[in-house]
Design a protein. Structure first.
Length: 666
């Protein structure tokens, strides 16, 4: 090897929910200094990567940066890299959304700089070879993929080429392991010499050694790394040494790809970069991956059920938009809202194991709800209840698309595991599960609305304290469909189980009738055994938090009518119970939306906030990262052999608009 081509790249490390002040701090500490540095030294070269929202922020707050970038691009010192407008996880999207996101960012870069990108980033190197035709059709010639997902036998420090359905795309490997160390103070000259030796050693006498005298390395620099390199004048020293070294050539990807004649033909199996893949098998715990090419983004979503739930909702809205044949302007607005929800921040963790918090997920859910509202206004909306496999588990779910909400009822526990209120809010069932390693207890079921438990009296006493208890009867079983009528908007489910250590057979029939404002839910619990059955029937509903002012916020207020008197339950921070309740209203004070539960017979009520703890970027010790609010209706059960009991709950959603109309009539 006679020449080593080197290219450094930098991007703004931020999420879609980063505040303007956070981005401003990154700009002042990194990009303002960097653009001045590059402008003053004509022999320097680097690439920049920005998402669409980041470019919009720069245009609004620092147009001078874009003006300098425009000039540096025409001086061939800087290249802007393309990608998806909201930096999505491309394999999770339908082709139309992949194309739309790529072309949107391409158009924005061309508008602001006068030059369109020819290469693009792939979020977290989440790769699938089916992306090749889409990337090529969008006018992209090359992509950047982390070296950890590349086949070991293709690492020749040369660009690769992929083929799919007659389309080809070139790949520039990204070498994280070759970035200057943030911990060790190594001179620029020593760093350059070390790079040359490492590449020479790896490529000595390989199959390309007689074909080319050049090799290349492409290296991303983190914001903290580039800040240190600027502050210590290391970057200045590097570019000066590289500029005066005949063995080093500083390059931009576009010019290099068109100059290079040797491409390594290969196939890259579906996967993602190894420092993210290690989080994909055990929840919130890094794991050594023996065969990294077997881990994909779908393994990740199987491990983290909240990511999978958001993915299911995103696919559903994508289908609605694709099937929409109404007003084109509203359809386009719906797709824009969908793309915003597809940000990779909400679907995959960072290399440091920082996961999307409730705020990021709920922001995505709100965008999806906005998209659905546009679709409803574009086509003539009609309320409907349909049945199909919504979450891809092989069992039909029930989608209730009503005036005030969209809900999904799953046969697993026969509960509502998705509730999106059309009044500009997210998913009220976006609840986590407790994990013993972090929360000291583990939940054995996913938390939704109208989850049913049959407890003994002792088990119920533990339940009121927020402790996992019982054998999971009805909260974990699979309900069978007894009857379904889309026309009547009625879903009848039935489940059989065994109660207590005596294995007493018991059945539960559960009937949902959907209406514009909520549901009527009928329960028929039957003792199928030969002896009497005594216990406690608990109907549990879990409401996700929508106020993210702090991690442990409980934004829910509970009002009940008990024994003819109204009262507010003090359940903000601790479990609270009440007896003889005939009416309960749970108000999300952050959105002024209420959920009213009216049982046909008086019952007891138990309410409590539950806290979820996980390690964070600032602490390896588990910290509260989110909460959910649990409210349960409770009845005593005393059934003789062969007898049954019936309970009914009327569940209504009250939005601010409805309240204002009510106030006027009063």
């Amino acid at each position: 090897m006679k020449v080593l081509n080197i290219c450094f790249s930098v991007k703004i490390d931020s999420t879609i929910n980063s505040s303007s002040s956070d981005i401003e701090r990154i700009y002042q500490n990194v990009f303002k200094k960097l653009i001045s540095f590059l402008y003053e030294k004509p022999y320097t070269k680097m690439t920049f990567s920005f998402t669409g929202p980041q470019l919009n922020w720069l245009e609004k707050n620092h147009p001078e940066f874009l003006q300098l970038t425009h000039e540096l691009i025409h001086r061939k010192q800087v290249e802007l890299i393309g990608g998806g407008y909201y930096s999505p996880v491309f394999p999770l999207l339908f082709p139309v959304d992949r194309t739309g996101q790529i072309e949107s960012l391409t158009s924005e870069i061309r508008r602001l700089t006068g030059k369109r990108p020819r290469g693009m980033n792939i979020r977290s190197s989440v790769w699938d070879n089916s992306l090749v035709p889409c990337i090529k059709n969008c006018g992209m010639e090359y992509v950047f993929l982390d070296s950890s997902i590349l086949p070991p036998d293709s690492n020749f420090y040369l660009p690769l080429i992929l083929n799919e359905q007659g389309k080809t795309v070139k790949v520039i490997p990204v070498f994280r392991n070759l970035a200057p160390s943030e911990e060790k103070d190594v001179s620029a000259e020593s760093y350059i010499n070390s790079l040359i030796k490492q590449v020479e050693k790896a490529t000595k006498n390989d199959i390309y050694s007689k074909k080319t005298d050049e090799r290349s390395v492409f290296i991303y620099l983190s914001n903290s790394n580039i800040k240190k390199l600027l502050d210590t004048n290391w970057l200045d020293e590097f570019f000066e040494k590289a500029h005066n070294n005949d063995s080093i050539n500083l390059y931009l990807p576009n010019e290099y790809i068109h100059r290079e004649k040797n491409f390594v033909s290969t196939y890259i199996s579906p996967g993602l970069r190894d420092d993210i893949a290690k989080w994909s098998l055990i929840p919130y715990t890094p794991t050594e991956i023996r065969n990294k090419h077997q881990i994909t983004v779908y393994n990740f979503m199987q491990t983290y059920h909240r990511f999978r739930a958001l993915y299911n909702r995103m696919l559903y809205i994508s289908l609605l938009i694709n099937q929409c044949h109404g007003d084109k302007a509203r359809k386009n607005a719906a797709r824009q809202a969908l793309w915003k929800a597809q940000t990779g921040d909400a679907f995959i963790c960072s290399p440091d194991g920082i996961f999307a918090n409730n705020a990021i997920r709920q922001s995505a859910y709100r965008s999806l709800t906005e998209a659905e509202k546009y679709v409803r206004s574009a086509d003539k909306f009609r309320e409907s209840v349909t049945s199909f496999d919504y979450n891809g588990d092989g069992h039909d779910d029930y989608i209730c698309s009503m005036d005030k909400y969209t809900a999904c009822i799953t046969p697993v526990a026969g509960c509502i595991n998705e509730l999106d209120v059309m009044h500009n809010t997210g998913n009220y069932t976006d609840n986590m599960m407790r994990i013993e390693k972090f929360d000291k207890v583990s939940d054995d079921y996913e938390r939704g609305l109208f989850i049913d438990h049959l407890f003994s009296r002792e088990e119920y006493n533990d339940y009121k304290k927020g402790l996992p208890t019982g054998s999971g009867i009805f909260s974990q079983v699979m309900f069978d469909q007894a009857e379904f009528s889309g026309q009547k908007k009625e879903i009848k489910l039935k489940a059989n189980a065994s109660f207590s250590n005596m294995n007493l057979p018991v059945s539960l029939r559960k009937n949902y009738i959907a209406n514009s404002n909520g549901f009527t839910i009928q329960y028929i619990l039957k003792n199928e055994g030969p002896i009497a059955l005594k216990g406690v029937l608990v109907v549990e509903s879990n409401f996700a938090q929508t106020d993210f002012s702090s991690a442990d916020t409980n934004s829910y207020k509970v009002d009940v009518v008990s024994a003819g008197s109204s009262a507010e339950l003090g359940s903000k921070t601790k479990p609270v119970s009440s007896k003889n309740v005939s009416f309960m209203q749970i108000t999300d004070t952050s959105n002024d939306i209420s959920f009213v539960l009216v049982p046909n017979e008086e019952c007891s009520v138990t309410c409590m906030p539950l806290y979820f703890r996980r390690p964070t970027a600032k602490s390896t010790a588990p910290q509260v990262i989110g909460t959910t609010f649990v409210s349960s209706l409770v009845w005593d059960v005393d059934l003789a052999a062969g007898m049954e009991m019936e309970k009914t709950i009327n569940f209504s959603i009250i939005t601010p608009k409805k309240r204002s109309v009510k106030a006027k009539t009063n």
